[in-house]
Ligand binder design. Structure first.
Ligand SMILES: NC(=O)c1ccc[n+]([C@@H]2O[C@H](COP(=O)([O-])OP(=O)(O)OC[C@H]3O[C@@H](n4cnc5c(N)ncnc54)[C@H](O)[C@@H]3O)[C@@H](O)[C@H]2O)c1
Ligand SMILES: O=C(O)C[C@H](O)C(=O)O
Length: 309
C-alpha cells in the first residue's frame, strides 16, 4: 500500500502510526487531528525513531484534512474514549458528530480510500460511515474482534501456561458487553481448549473477555486501552497491505449473512488487498445463536438512536 492516513493523533492513532511505520506496511503515513500542531509533533517524533526501527516510510501530520489526499486506506480513531463507569454506547452522541465531519473530509480528500473504523461505539459508527459514504462494504469496515480475540487468547495463555503463539480464539458480535466469544472454535494448536480448561474457568474467561476493555480502563484510570487496539489495527492493515487473505473477525455490514441486514457487527471476514473481501458464515449452535441475537439487539438499539441524533 502506498499511503495510509490516520484520523485522530491521540493514543490509539499515535500507537497505530508507530506500529505501521515500524512494520513498513505502507510508504507514507499521514496523521490528521483537529488539535493544532499535535499531529505534526506526533509524526515528527515517530519519524525520528526510523534509525532505531530501520524503516524509511515517511510520516506527515497536519490539522488540514487535505493531508489525507491520495490515501489508499484511512484509519479513523478520532473521538472520545469512554470514562470509567461508562459503556461504549455512552459516547455515541458525542462521537457521531465527530465521525460525520471526518467522513465528509474523507469523501472530499480521499474518495478512493477504504476506511477502517476504530472509534467507539465501533459497530454503530461503522454503520454510520457506510451510510454516509454509500461505499461498498469491502471499503468500510471496523476493528473490534481482532482485539477481543487477542484478549481472550491472553487470558487462556495465563490460565493454561501455554504460549500465546499457539492459542487461536474468535469473538463475534457487537463490541460491547454482549460480544460473543466462541469457545467451541478456540484451540491450542488445534487441540480444543476444553481439553485444558474446566467449564467454570472457561465461563470466567468468557466473562472477562466481554469486560476486557473496562478492565484496562479501570487499571489505566485516565485512558482506555491503546497498545493492544493499535496492534489489532496493524494486524488488519498487514492482512490488507500484503494481500494475505486472512480470516479475522471484523465489524462488517451484513447483507443477509447470519440472517441479518442493515446492521454492522463482528463476524469472521476475509481480508485481502481489496479490503473486506467477504463475510464467512459459521453454523451457530443454539446457545451461540441466542447470544448472537442478543448482541444484534444491542447494536440495533444504538443504530436506532442514530435517527434521533
Ligand atoms: N474499536 C476498538 O477496539 C477501540 C479500541 C480502543 C479505542 N477505541 C476508541 O477509539 C477512540 C480514540 O481513543 P483514544 O484513546 O485514541 O482517544 P484520544 O482522546 O487519545 O484520541 C482521540 C483523538 O481524536 C481527535 N479528534 C477529536 N475530534 C476530531 C475531529 N473532528 N477530527 C479529527 N480528530 C479529532 C482528538 O483531538 C484526539 O487527539 C475512542 O472512541 C475509543 O473508544 C476503539
Ligand atoms: O474499552 C474501551 O472503551 C476501548 C476499546 O473499545 C477497548 O475494548 O479497549
Amino acid at each position: 500500500m502506498q499511503k495510509i492516513s490516520i484520523v485522530g493523533a491521540g493514543r490509539v492513532g499515535e500507537t497505530t502510526a508507530q506500529i505501521l511505520a515500524e512494520e513498513e506496511l505502507c510508504r507514507e503515513i499521514a496523521l490528521y487531528d483537529v488539535r493544532e500542531d499535535v499531529s505534526e509533533g506526533v509524526a515528527l517524533d515517530i519519524f525520528q525513531t526510523a534509525p532505531f526501527f530501520e524503516f524509511d516510510c515517511r510520516l506527515t501530520g497536519s490539522n488540514d484534512p487535505a493531508v489525507m489526499a491520495g490515501s489508499d486506506l484511512v484509519v479513523v480513531t478520532a473521538g472520545f474514549p469512554r470514562k470509567p463507569g461508562m459503556s461504549r454506547s455512552d459516547v455515541l452522541a458525542a462521537n457521531v458528530a465527530i465521525i460525520d465531519e471526518v467522513t465528509d473530509h474523507i469523501l472530499a480528500h480521499a474518495p478512493h480510500a477504504s476506511i477502517l473504523v476504530v472509534s467507539n461505539p465501533v459497530d454503530t459508527l461503522t454503520y454510520r460511515i457506510a451510510q454516509r459514504t454509500g461505499w461498498a462494504r469491502s471499503r468500510v469496515f471496523g476493528q473490534a474482534g481482532v482485539l477481543d480475540a487477542s484478549r481472550m487468547a491472553a487470558f487462556i495463555a495465563e490460565e493454561t501456561g501455554f504460549s500465546a503463539l499457539d492459542i487461536t480464539t474468535i469473538v463475534l458480535g457487537g463490541h460491547g458487553d454482549t460480544m460473543v466469544p466462541m469457545p467451541r472454535y478456540c484451540t491450542i494448536n488445534g487441540v480444543p481448549v476444553s481439553n485444558f480448561i474446566a467449564p467454570e474457568r472457561l465461563d470466567a474467561i468468557i466473562e472477562r473477555t466481554r469486560k476486557g476493555g473496562a478492565e484496562i480502563l479501570a487499571l489505566r484510570k485516565n485512558s482506555s486501552a491503546y497498545d493492544a487496539p493499535a496492534a489489532a489495527v496493524a494486524a488488519m492493515v498487514d492482512a490488507i497491505s500484503n494481500d494475505r487473505k486472512r480470516l479475522m473477525p471484523c465489524v462488517a455490514l451484513l447483507e443477509g449473512e447470519y440472517g441479518e441486514r442493515d446492521i454492522a457487527m463482528g463476524v469472521p471476514c476475509v481480508l485481502d488487498e481489496s479490503g473486506l473481501a467477504r463475510v464467512v458464515e459459521l453454523e451457530l449452535d443454539d446457545r451461540e445463536r441466542q447470544d448472537f441475537e442478543h448482541s444484534v439487539a444491542a447494536v440495533r438499539a444504538d443504530i436506532q438512536r442514530l435517527a434521533e441524533l
